[in-house]
Design a protein around this ligand. Structure first.
Ligand code: DAH
Length: 358
């Protein structure tokens, strides 16, 4: 083939290549090891010097022309490929996002956070303890010895011991009070803590479930009195219900406090619904008192130097009151319709400044 024929053959082939792969085939056909132009270059060696003087420059010129045509076409194809990607892979970032099913925060979790936020503001830290407790922490250390009627009244769930193990069985804690003892042991006095968490009793009706939630409060120092307890509780209930709430203390008895009081909050009963913080009705919400000296001693704190108040309150119960939830059992049935209705958005984080609830 003449050089002119070769030149027009490859000009046409380069122009016709539709993508980079086709162009590469053209390059190999012309300039690869066995390419037509490469073979022509090799023939130069066999020519007479006169022939070579004519053919040499002509072949080099052809080679250069085809090489630069290939390079130009290659750049053009790459640009076209990029343009095509930019056109086809375009994304409309202004479109609304696809919806995702969102869960809700359970009222117990929400109210626990609310309680913690309010008490944190008064200097109380959150302490936790195990739900499986020894009978020492759940009973004896709290001044409830083996024969004490309070043990029988608690409807306790007992764990099983291995055969031949004669230690008293562990229990599912019947209240959060054992965390008082654990916290005294762990940090000594002074103490200001609340202890929220699940507790267990064998009981089931509209206001009782075998597992429910309490929050314990404990403040120990050198000059703590019932007056501090009353102020703390009124401050708490007023913040929690978002309105000034009065409390009424009734003398009572608990083994772990002396004196002991049951605490009622002010409320009104109108048309079957309870309104907290108004009216002349009273609603019992917690047990409390001054920590019994034997309990302080069991926790390793000297009752001659320190004293303190304690209280225990049902979290589920105050959640029902605040959010108008009629049946406790529904809390633990995992009914999605109930959870969507009474649950909270995950971004409704309760804080004192941001607001405690919807
Ligand atoms: N532990 C008691 C209960 O579960 C509640 C309670 C009463 C806790 C008085 C206290 C307290 O800390 O002082 O019924």
């Amino acid at each position: 083939m003449t050089l002119d024929a070769l030149a027009s053959k490859y000009r046409a082939a380069i122009a016709a290549a539709v993508d980079e792969a086709a162009l590469e085939d053209v390059r190999v056909g012309a300039m690869g090891k066995q390419g037509e132009i490469s073979l022509k270059m090799r023939e130069l060696g066999k020519m007479s010097p006169e022939e070579r003087q004519v053919m040499g420059p002509a072949l080099n010129a052809l080679k250069d022309e085809i090489a630069s045509a290939l390079a130009a076409k290659k750049a053009g194809l790459a640009d076209a490929a990029l343009d095509e990607r930019l056109r086809s892979e375009w994304l409309d970032v202004t479109l609304p996002a696809r919806g995702r099913p969102a869960g809700t925060i359970h009222p117990v979790s929400q109210v626990t956070e609310e309680v913690a936020a309010i008490f944190a503001d008064m200097g109380f830290a959150v302490a936790e303890g195990p739900r499986i407790e020894t009978d020492w922490y759940n009973f004896d250390a709290l001044n409830i010895p083996g024969h004490h009627p309070a043990r029988a009244e608690m409807d306790t769930f007992y764990m099983q011991r291995a055969e031949g193990d004669n230690r008293p069985p562990n229990v599912l804690r019947t209240h959060t009070s054992p965390v008082q003892i654990r916290s005294m042991e762990a940090q000594g006095a002074p103490i200001r803590i609340i202890c929220p968490g699940g507790v267990y009793r064998a009981d089931y009706d509209q206001t009782h479930t075998p597992m429910f939630h309490q929050v314990e409060g404990l403040a120990i120092d050198k000059n703590i009195s019932m007056a501090n307890l009353k102020w703390t509780l009124e401050e708490f209930f007023s913040a929690f219900f978002g309105t000034k709430v009065k409390t009424r203390f009734r003398a009572s008895h608990f083994p772990f406090t002396e004196p002991s009081a049951e605490v009622d909050i002010q409320c009104s009963w109108e048309g079957g619904t309870v309104k907290v913080g108004e009216g002349d009705g009273w609603l019992e919400v917690l047990g409390s008192g001054m920590v019994h000296p034997k309990v302080l001693a069991a926790g390793g704190i000297d009752p001659e130097v320190y004293q303190g108040f304690a209280f225990g309150m049902g979290i589920d119960r105050i959640a029902m009151l605040k959010y108008g939830i009629p049946d406790l059992r529904a809390f633990f049935e995992s009914d999605l319709r109930w959870l969507r209705h009474y649950g909270f958005a995950s971004l409704d984080v309760p804080t004192l400044h941001g607001g405690l609830s919807r």
